[in-house]
Design a binder for this molecule. Structure first.
Ligand code: G
Ligand code: G
Ligand code: MN
Ligand code: NA
Length: 254
């Protein structure tokens, strides 16, 4: 049996889970939200990384069902995370191009919010530049509709695609996530530091929040704070964790 066939049963058999990685305010230490990342524990092959099964699911179309499952799971998680917290915490779900382009995508998101009866700000979505390439006008329209619902949108892996500043200006989004490839060597490489600075300056003018991804060391963190970044994600703060671990740490911190 191929693992692609097995993916068919993965949802029903509870083999999939979401793990949650915090996004932190580096100045206050507060957790502002979590990115949900899919995990698959196959009964005989063990852990299969998303880099392997997500592309497969995109090819087969199964990603539609997986994403529906992820949105529901994330909405449930957000409900539990926000229980008894003094401030709101969001859960962000990664959306594949194929899923975003479907005509019923906005309806699906609306439906998830309704069924779980949660405020739209608890559920965010992460998109990539690739979904803007084909039909820019209809992508913009969809982002507007999501924004009107109150769902915040982050542009993921920023800086790795064809990010033209001209279209960034026209995108009705709220955040950009600076790709971790710029962070790796930021302390040593003046070019990476210059790019990071430029991204922060442009984002500021466009009133976009920047999340720096892939922060792994205290030196990178200190350097990025000197550049005046505010929100961070990476192994330095936490790896993607199971929901129960996240809930326990939120409880301990509140
Ligand atoms: O968690 P990890 O770093 O191994 O994820 C690898 C890749 O898989 C990342 O690019 C991430 O965006 C993607 N990925 C993880 N979970 C999901 C998901 O629920 N939906 C989609 N479309 N991509 C995901
Ligand atoms: O493509 P996307 O940004 O959605 O993918 C996020 C991926 O980055 C996840 O697979 C997550 O496990 C991984 N990740 C999160 N923090 C770090 C980090 O500090 N270093 C590295 N190398 N990967 C990270
Ligand atoms: Mn992401
Ligand atoms: Na990313």
């Amino acid at each position: 049996m191929s693992i692609s066939t097995d993916l068919q049963n993965a949802v029903q058999d509870n083999q999939l889970t979401l793990h949650y990685q915090p996004v932190v305010d580096g100045w206050t230490g507060a957790i502002v939200g979590y990115e949900a990342l899919m995990r698959w524990y196959h009964p005989s092959h063990g852990f299969i990384p998303p880099n392997r099964f997500i592309p497969m699911a995109e090819e087969s179309g199964q990603i539609v069902e997986l994403t529906q499952w992820a949105l529901d799971c994330a909405a449930r998680a957000a409900t539990r995370m926000n229980q008894g917290l003094p401030h709101d915490i969001y859960v962000a779900v990664n959306i594949s191009t194929l899923v975003f382009r479907r005509t019923d995508f906005v309806e699906r998101v609306t439906d998830v919010l309704k069924r779980h009866n949660i405020p739209a700000r608890w559920l965010e979505i992460e998109i990539t530049e690739s979904m803007l390439l084909d039909d820019f006008a209809s992508a913009i329209e969809k982002l507007r509709e999501l924004g009107a619902l109150g769902v915040r949108i982050a542009l993921d892996d920023f800086g790795t695609g064809y990010s033209s500043l001209n279209y960034l200006k026209r995108l009705p989004i709220h955040k950009i996530k600076l790709d971790r490839s710029f962070v790796n060597d930021i302390v040593e490489d003046p070019a990476d530091a210059a790019i990071a600075r430029a991204v922060l300056a442009v984002a500021g003018l466009l009133k976009l929040t920047v999340i720096v991804e892939g922060v792994e060391t205290e030196r990178q963190f200190a350097f990025l704070k000197r550049l005046r970044f505010t929100q961070f994600q990476g192994y330095l703060f936490a790896k993607p964790l199971p929901l129960e671990t996240v809930l326990a740490s939120l409880l301990a911190a509140s």
